[in-house]
Design a protein around this ligand. Structure first.
Ligand code: COS
Length: 382
């Protein structure tokens, strides 16, 4: 068993790390306050191939493996989780399902602009009354001559207002639950797509998230993704993939929390010596390092599973569950180590504390991840 990264993966990690340090870190704190979306940075990331990382070169992508993508997400999140989520959403819930379930024509048409960063992508599943119970969604579609027409409300849509192409789930009959749902590639640049004011979020403040109302939104017939009635399976397979990105985001935030804590514990003196020479603090840092490494190994194992044929729902759920719960413990400890300074906006750990919070919630709560894992257990144990 070899735990090392290959040369290519190391190169991607190093390249993203230096881009994140040079271009993203300088304005991260300011953007957190202003909520300004970093269009320039996202465009540059497109030029670097970071928005279509797993898209083959034939469609303008960087043609990289899942682990390279996850390393990139981690490096971005270590510096600015808002940028990381904008990037991971475009890669994993927009490019990935189009690549996996799309027709040749759809791949040619939608992946190229997404992979180059010309446009940003997203995913419209959640609704005001359909969160964890995703099959209860009520956004309706009907066919009208040469197009589908969609009506309903989508909630918590990341990249709404800044993105153009969205994989959108809608039903032809809510009573059919999962089996009535189809997936569409929706172009948000049309009058039938109405984006509300961005949500005022606790963290990830410079990534944009809004409610979207579909009022007669039109989708051409050839922009249905996969077969009619297969949308729910497409959505869940997409989430199996995208949850890896959220785990990577959690790991990046945790890495930053650990680094900030070690630095602070080395510099800050109390009772005549640096904090790190107090066993209570040193042991806490050791626990942080261990939990972080455990989460990373679980994620890399899930990335390996994702590269194999068949479903990897349970591996993704475990990685996302553990990493997101882990980061919330770590950021709380990081704030504690910083004492009063950790409660101040002047210190990065305050932002990390807020950024971490959503990771146990979006792309499936911790409770949903446990449902996925527990269901696998019930069928596995005889
Ligand atoms: N990949 C592909 N197909 C899947 C799947 C997966 N990971 N998981 C389930 N399916 C299939 C099932 O096999 C079933 O198909 P059949 O009816 O043909 O047998 C169908 O999908 C319905 O599955 P199930 O009955 O298990 O669906 P549930 O309504 O019970 O939902 C959970 C299961 C809770 C796991 C799902 O609703 C979920 O993940 N919810 C959270 C949604 C989420 O993450 N929201 C955040 C949105 S993005 S911010």
């Amino acid at each position: 068993m070899d735990f090392s990264l290959n040369e290519h993966q190391e190169m991607v990690r190093d390249m993203v790390r230096s881009f994140a340090e040079d271009r993203i870190r300088p304005g991260a704190g300011e953007r957190d306050v202003s909520g300004e979306f970093p269009f320039d940075i996202i465009r540059e990331m497109g030029e670097l191939g970071l928005l279509g990382m797993m898209v083959p070169e034939a469609y303008g992508g960087a043609d990289m493996d899942v682990l390279s993508y996850l390393l990139a997400v981690e490096e971005l999140a270590r510096v600015d989780a808002s940028v990381a989520v904008t990037m991971s959403v475009t890669n994993s819930v927009c490019c990935w399902p189009i690549l996996t379930f799309g027709t040749e024509k759809q791949k040619e048409r939608y992946l190229r602009p997404l992979a180059s960063g010309e446009v940003i992508g997203g995913f419209m599943l959640t609704e005001p009354s359909a969160g964890s119970d995703a099959a209860s969604l009520t956004t309706r579609f009907r066919q009208e001559d040469d197009r589908y027409v969609l009506n309903g409300s989508k909630a918590w849509i990341t990249n709404a207002g800044v993105g153009r192409y969205f994989v959108c789930l809608a039903t032809e009959d809510p009573s059919k639950r999962a089996h009535g749902i189809s997936a569409f590639i929706l172009d948000a640049e049309q009058p039938g797509v109405i984006v509300s004011r961005p949500e005022e979020k606790m963290g990830l403040r410079s990534s944009k998230t809004s409610m979207v109302t579909l009022e007669g939104a039109e989708v051409p017939l050839d922009a249905m993704l996969g077969e009619r009635g297969q949308g729910f399976k497409i959505a869940l397979a997409t989430l199996d993939h995208s949850r890896l990105g959220i785990a990577a985001q959690a790991i990046g935030i945790a890495q930053a929390a650990l680094e900030e804590s070690v630095r602070y514990a080395r510099d800050r003196r109390q009772f005549g010596r640096p904090l790190i020479e107090h066993q209570a603090i040193a042991f806490r840092l050791a626990e942080m390092d261990t939990e972080l490494t455990a989460a990373r190994q679980l994620l890399h194992h899930a990335a390996w599973a994702a590269g194999r044929p068949g479903r990897h729902s349970r591996e993704s759920a475990r990685a996302k569950l553990y990493a997101s719960e882990m980061v919330n413990r770590l950021v709380a400890w990081a704030v504690q180590i910083h004492g009063g300074y950790g409660f101040s906006r002047e210190y990065t750990v305050e932002r990390l504390y807020r950024e971490a919070r959503v990771t146990t919630i979006y792309e499936g709560t911790s409770e949903v991840q446990k449902m996925v894992i527990a269901r696998a257990l019930t069928t596995e144990v005889t």
